[in-house]
Design a protein around this ligand. Structure first.
Ligand code: FES
Length: 162
């Protein structure tokens, strides 16, 4: 990781003190490499974030079935519907004729609710961007949106999310 790739957040972050002991017997190159790594870790810790932020979103104790006819956007491949399941914000994405992705819209960085943006998602808080599969693709470094298993029932016209 290089330091210039880190996008700091806008000042609502926790700051975590970092320290390191640099031994006197190391060379200049090792010292510079360790310093750069420490600076990167400190910057990420200051934002309360890392590329491996833990996944966020509710655990669904039982499957929730969604009637596709209630969400016209899901009639087409690439369509995205924003739904509420178990009092939490979700997105359902039709990724193929008979395939769907269900995502929590809780941002893994600091828990804001991501909005649909084009064919993916954008967090309004610090700008993390996610593709239609929920993978982080830019902006504030963080993890991926939490995804859930889906079962499509073509005959019933439903998707069950668990
Ligand atoms: S809460 Fe910080 S990018 Fe979403």
């Amino acid at each position: 990781m290089n330091e210039s790739s880190i996008t700091p957040c806008s000042g609502q972050c926790r700051v975590t003190a970092q320290s390191a002991t640099v031994g006197s017997g190391i060379g200049r190159r090792t010292f510079l490499a360790q310093s750069a790594m420490l600076a990167a870790i400190t910057a990420l810790a200051a934002c309360g974030a890392s590329p491996a932020d833990s996944l966020t979103g509710p655990t669904l104790s039982s499957g929730t079935t969604v009637q596709l006819s209630s969400y016209p956007a899901l009639a087409s491949v690439g369509g995205i519907a924003l739904v509420t399941i178990a009092a939490s914000p979700f997105a359902i994405v039709r990724t193929g004729v008979s395939t769907f992705v269900a995502l929590s819209r809780v941002c893994p960085h600091q828990g804001s609710i991501v909005d649909q943006s084009g064919s993916g998602f954008l967090c309004p808080n610090h700008g993390a961007q996610f593709n239609a599969s929920g993978s982080w693709i830019g902006g504030q470094p963080t993890g991926n949106l939490r995804s859930y298993a889906t079962v499509y029932d073509a005959k019933a016209g439903t998707v069950t999310i668990s």
